[in-house]
Design a protein around this ligand. Structure first.
Ligand code: ADP
Ligand code: ASP
Ligand code: MG
Length: 412
């Protein structure tokens, strides 16, 4: 018996017709003899709507209730998909995360999957069921509360199931026909890649390319899951889409493989903080406790024993960050003159394994941005990526300029 995992994202299950279309794709794989585990997202826009309701009700919400609300979108699509398959005479049933159970940590809003016992679903396959439809994005904590895996988390549910059930492949059906050199929606020269290395995909995902959730790529890499991204809107062959694979299995050798962006970032600066041991811990400790995901950090040059500390975080965490820092100041744990927040920034990054062996990528990047008159506010680098923080209004221009500068429209 071979198990195939098929995941359908929000636009692929956006309404009853699309669910019917996705169900037809599932039927093709069932006819080939696979037992199929289908992971579904909420209908397009549903999770955003639910998040909006939570924020409207309680700006500094209890994350457990956020999960109770936001996990519900997937319940609807799982049930509808199972019903649709039954209508096609395919034995199918739905599972919510807790019923499997998908066991996670209790980090509400961004829980990690710890275990997926396979017995329940395998027993049903043994009894003749052909498709298990599982609500993506959700799980259950050791305390018995519903958890969610972070935005885009259904990708991670899919890869985790593929690993747990030793699936032949994990197919991620979405609204583009694969992974591109950059988001095809903002750069019309973006080129579809037949293959991309795990490490590059991991960086692109963590730097904002939302086609796969970062954690899903990590899991696929660790458990050697054969991971493929393809379109749910086209007829598909076994070679369609983009295969995420090991570096050795790739022929291309551009220094840069892709450009990623993250639109909704914020830059916060604390001015006039004491330049002494422990100050970074005193600032970033409370931020971490408040659940703020600090990304880039820069400490400025010190004058008269005082310095400025700048960091970036997701724009929707600014209120949390400001609250945590003001409370730390009120407690006397830190002292700063001013907290200056810039909510109009975006992060643009170039990624490529080739950077390990090609010198001068950073210089080329900065030159391309300068030629467009784009001012860089913060820079960070690692072995295979360079990121810059810039004004949001130049983001698309910057992505296109970098795509051109590194010749990404042409295969290496
Ligand atoms: P789904 O709802 O199927 O999970 P997502 O919206 O989460 O789909 O992810 C697919 C989207 O990712 C595409 O519509 C595209 O705009 C965006 N995207 C960003 N970067 C890339 C990239 N490098 N390649 C392909 N798609 C990308
Ligand atoms: N519905 C969730 C979200 O929009 C999970 C997912 O679609 O992967 O983030
Ligand atoms: Mg997604």
């Amino acid at each position: 018996m071979s198990i195939l995992v098929m995941k359908f994202g929000g636009t692929s299950v956006a309404n009853v017709d699309r669910i019917a279309r996705a169900a037809k794709r599932v039927a093709v794989e069932v006819a080939k003899g696979h037992d199929v585990i289908v992971i579904v997202s909420a209908m397009a826009g549903e999770t955003n709507k639910l998040v909006g309701w939570v924020q409207e009700t309680a700006p500094l919400y209890d994350a457990r209730e956020y999960d109770a609300v936001t996990s519900s979108g997937e319940n609807v699509t799982a049930g509808l998909m199972a019903l649709r398959l039954q209508e096609m005479d395919i034995p199918a049933r739905s599972w919510q995360g807790w019923q499997v159970p998908v066991m996670t940590t209790s980090a509400h809003g961004s829980a990690r999957i710890e275990a997926i016992p396979t017995e329940n679903i395998l027993r049903k396959f043994g009894e003749g069921m052909r498709v298990a439809v599982v609500a993506g994005f959700q799980g259950i904590s050791p305390e018995g509360r519903i958890t969610t895996l972070g935005r885009g988390g259904s990708d991670t549910t899919a890869v985790a199931f593929a690993a747990a059930f030793d699936a032949v492949r994990c197919d991620i059906y979405t609204d583009v026909d694969g992974v591109y050199t950059t988001d095809p929606r903002i750069c019309d020269k973006a080129r579809k890649l037949d293959r991309i290395a795990f490490e590059e995909m991991l960086e692109l995902a963590s730097l904002g390319a939302k086609v796969l959730q970062t954690r899903s790529v990590e899991l696929a890499m660790r458990y050697k899951v054969k991971l493929r991204v393809l379109s749910s809107f086209e007829e598909q062959t076994d070679e369609a889409g983009t295969l995420v694979c090991d570096e050795e299995d790739i022929m291309e050798s551009n220094a840069v493989a892709g450009v990623a962006y993250s639109r909704d970032e914020a830059k916060m600066t604390l001015t006039g903080v004491a330049d002494r041991p422990g100050i970074a811990a005193a600032i970033f400790g409370p931020l971490s406790e408040a659940g703020v995901n600090v990304d880039m950090i820069v400490q400025n040059i010190s004058e008269h024993g005082q310095t400025d500390m700048t960091f970036s975080c997701p724009n929707d965490q600014v209120l949390r960050a400001e609250t945590a820092l003001n409370q730390a100041q009120a407690r006397g744990d830190i002292r700063f003159e001013e907290l200056v927040t810039d909510q109009g920034v975006a992060k643009v990054s170039v990624v490529g394994i080739g950077m390990r062996s090609h010198a001068g990528v950073a210089a080329q990047m900065f030159k391309a941005l300068a030629a467009e008159g784009v001012n860089i506010k913060v820079i960070t680098t690692s072995e295979i990526k360079i990121s810059v923080l810039i004004d949001r209004k130049y983001m698309e221009l910057a992505v296109q300029a970098l795509h051109d500068a590194f010749g990404l429209d042409k295969a290496a």
